[in-house]
Design a protein around this ligand. Sequence first.
Ligand code: VG1
Ligand code: CO
Length: 545
Amino acid sequence: MKINTIKTKAFPDQKPGTSGLRKKVTHFQQQHYLENFVQAIFNVASNLKDGLLILGGDGRYYNSHAIQVILKMAAANGVKHIMVGENGLLSTPAVSHLIRKYQAIGGIILSASHNPGGPDGDFGIKFNIANGGPAPTSFTDAVYDISQNITEYKIAETKDINLEQQDTCYMGAMKITVINSVTDYAGLMEELFDFPKIKSLFTSGRLSMCFDAMHAVTGPYAKEIFSKRLCANVGAVINGIPLEDFAGGHPDPNLAHATELVSRLNASASAPDFGAASDGDGDRNMIIGQNFFVNPSDSLAVMAANAHLLPGYKQGVRGVARSLPTSRAVDKVAESMGIDCYETPTGWKYFGNLLDDNRITLCGEESFGSGSDHIREKDGIWAVLFWLNLIAIKQQSVENIMRSHWLRYGRHYYTRHDYEALDSAQADKLIKELRAQITSLIGNNYTGYKIVLCDDFSYIDPVDGSVAENQGLRILFDNDSRIVFRLSGTGTEGATLRVYIERYISDPAQHDLETQTALSGLIKIANSISNIKQRFNRDAPDVIT
Ligand code: VG1
Ligand code: CO
C-alpha cells in the first residue's frame, strides 16, 4: 500500500465550536479542508497509533466520502483497527457506547447534528475521547493549533472499502471491521430498561406511539428497538429511512420542525398516545403527548425525580447537572432529594468529568438533550425509552405525569428565542456591550421583577480545575425568574443569538398558562435590556422553542 504525503496550507477557520467543526458542505469540499482537520486530530490523538478508532456518521451528504478519506488517512497514520458502522451509519450515542464497550482510544462522528443536510446544507466532524465523550476544550484547542500550522497530511493510495455489508478486511496493516450499527446499542438499552414491561404496554393495546426519525440516523435504531424488540403498534416509526438531505427538512426535534409528528399527535380521533422525535445524529429528543408538549428542561426534572423506579437506576440518583441556560426545574428536584446539582456551560463535554467522577447520574440541556452515566453523550432513543418505561410503571399519560410533577415541585415556564443569521460583528458587539453594563443592572426594577444578580457565567470544573469563561450573560430576578443571553457555537451562517427566558410559578392555579403569555413580561424586559429588535431590525425571533 502506497502512502502519499500531500502538501497543504492551513485554513484559518478550523476552530471547533460547541460540538465539533461545523461548516457548509461546500466549505468542507474545498481541496484539503477535511484532510487538514483530520490530520490535526491524528496528530493530537497520537495514541490512536496501535489503537482502536470508532467511525461513523449520521448519513448526511458527504458522510460516505468523508469516511473513505478518513479510513485512508487512518491507515497512513498507523491506526491499528477501525470499527465502522454499516453504510457509514452510527448515531452519536452509539459511538459513545462503542468506544466504551471496546475500549477504543476514541471515535470520529461525522454530523452537523440538527442542522440541515444535502449539497447546500451543513457537514461536521467531532472527535470523542476514550471515556466516550466529546473531546474537552484542551483537546480541541490543540487540534486547532495544529490546523493553523499544518503543511502536509498523510493518506494511503488504495481503493474504497465496501461499507454495505458487515465484514472484516485490511487496508495495509490496518484492520477494518464493518459492524451492525444498532446491535450493541440496542443491547445496552435492554440492560437499562424493563423491555418486557414496555412491550406489554404495546401488545395489550394500552399504548400507541409515534416516533419521528426525521429521515436521520435513528431510523434503523427505532425500527429495531420500538418495532421489533418492543412490538410497538404499526406505524410507530415514521420517516425511518436515513436520507442524505433529510428529505429537505431540519432534523431538529422541536415543535417548529417536527411538524408531521405534532399534527399526528394532535389529530384527536386517531392520535397515538405518545410521540417522540430525535435529531440528525440521534442525541436529541422531544417527548410529546396528545396535545401536550414536554419542555426538555422539565423532562430532565421528571427523570431525576423518577429514575429510581427504573431497573437501570434502582440504586438512585447520585447527583444531577444541567447547562446554564437549562431551566432550574431539576434544581428543585435535587433540592428535595438532597443531592448535588451542577450548573455547567453549554455543551455535553462539560458533563464528562462529573460523570467519570461519579458525581452525577443524570444530566441535560434545554436544547432537547438528556442523558445519564450509561454513556458520555446525550441520547435520544434512551430518553424515549425512559419515558416509555415510566409510563409503563405509572400507568399514566405523558400529560398526567408532567402535571403531577408540577403539582409537587411547581412549574418553570420556559422558552428560547433564537435570532439567526445575524451580522457576526454586530452580534459580538451586542454581547460585549451587555457584558460591560451587566453588573450595573443589579437592583434595577421592572414591573414586578427586580434584578438580584447579573454576571457573565464562568465555570470551574470541580474535578480538574479547568476554567471556562464568558459562557453566557445571566440575569436573575428576585422572584426566581431568569434571562440568559448567549451566542450559538454551532451555526454556520453569521451569528445566532439565543435568549433563554424562565419564570417559576408554584401556584397550581397558574399551571395552565400559555407559555409565551406567561413569559411576556420577561420577554419585554429581555428586549429592553438588549434592544435586539431595533439593533438588528427584527420583528420577532426566527425560531421559538
Ligand atoms: C447547541 C445547543 C447545545 C448543544 C449543542 C450540540 O449549541 O444549544 O445545548 O449541546 O447544540 O448539540 P449552541 O452553541 O448552538 O447553542 V447537537 O445535538 O448539535 O450535538
Ligand atoms: Co445532535
